[in-house]
Design a binder for this molecule. Sequence first.
Ligand code: BYC
Length: 474
Amino acid sequence: MNISYAEKIPNNVDLGGDRVLQRALEHWQPEFLKWWADMGPEGSHTADVYLRTAVSVHPSGWAHFDYVKMPDYRWGIFLSPADGERKINFGDHKGEPAWQDVPGEHRANLRRIIVTQGDTEPASVEQQRHLGLTCPSLYDLRNLFQVNVEEGRHLWAMVYLLQRYFGRDGREEAEALLQRRSGDQDNPRILGAFNEKTPDWLAFFMFTYFTDRDGKFQLLALAESGFDPLARTTRFMLMEEAHHMYVGESGVGRIIHRTCEVMAQHKTDDPARLRALGVIDLPTIQRYLNFHFSVTIDLFGADVSSNAATFFSSGLKGRYGETAFTDDHLLRDALYPVLQIVDGHLEMGEAPALNALNEKLRDDYIKDSVAGVGRWNRIIRKSGIPFELTVPHKAFNRKIGPLAGLKVAPDGRVMSDAEWTAKQREWLATDEDRAFVASLMGRVAAAGAYANWISPPALAINKQPNDFEFVRFN
Ligand code: BYC
């Protein structure tokens, strides 16, 4: 079914055929728009932005580019095409037809997963809302706005499921998703990383590289769900998510490229000199990386989790690449390696694989993250600079799970509290680092101009040149 843009809420789920649901969503729509006006990107409300909008869920139609006035963006409900033969591929219900409705006994857990996923989407928009005021170029501003509108759409994706399948509870949850606020003392967002600040563009690019990648892996696990509407909606979200991680990877890459250019030009690796020259020194980039990586790997939950085991056994959340595994997809007897704390030291041990599914997904995530860091290092190597960015040890700076009880250096060495306190300034972005990065953030909003601390992109978006007018102000 194609997406109908004639309707108030564009969709490919035949919303017009379910008047009750349509009315419920049309009731939520103005609340969403009010939240967007209050908490969405500052300074975006009158701009025409060269945005990608889906006109169909097929390869030819999901990335249609045109100028859109931001508040007129058509947030809609798009599910990937159904496969009528789809089965549940894991857990106790393996082999049964995928559910088209919510199985009563799993209702509470399913709602909780959908709410947790949904909560991250508006959270990230709130975290990023001031960044447009300090954009390094119109190209970057456009990318920020693209990411923001799509996170808004991902909220719609989860709200559709809540309102369509969970009745009154679902409507209440949909309202609560617009009431929690990132970083709020009394009513914060659900997961830790989504209450942190994203105060500058280095943080934004690190967030979209690392934290949006958690999104990728969680969505890949949910795309295996036995609850078919969740699987179908997450499959379509994943197509959009890929661009967000690209914004992060290429953004950090362009910052590194510019720094290396200035290092080579002035033959210096002295951070103070480089800062005076207006670029971000590589050790500061490493400290930001350490922060965003460690905060993000906490998002996978505790390494041994009975919730994760229940989600899997009941067919709600699979493993990344579930159908490609050649095991029994039940995991009743399997084991999985997990780090354990023995006499204050870290040792590799084993846990039942069923309970270690958060850890498995975290390991898959880490492998994927490391690959992109390797691509950043290639930029540094190409400039002939002897510096290598590294991903810190899995136990570094953890706040969730048993590893949160230890102080661990980026190289994996367990240390005393006193040693950690003395050293952490070398490893995590300090107030001074953040103040310096903030001092570079000035608005560059002329077509083709780029801030001094970041290189222009090698390739802009949709084959447009770097000096294309990606945002028009009215
Ligand atoms: N912060 O048994 P455990 C994205 C809680 S990102 C705070 O290990 P479980 C995006 C946990 O809730 C993807 N609390 O938990 C990216 C539990 O609480 P209760 C988002 C945390 O349930 C960028 C308790 O600790 N999607 O899309 O196995 C921009 C025990 O923990 C945290 C999902 O996460 C934390 N970091 O696993 C925009 C998928 N971690 O019950 C968007 C849906 C754990 O004791 N969520 N806790 O009150 C899930 O699958 C699971 O909820 C989690 C947690 C994997 C997150």
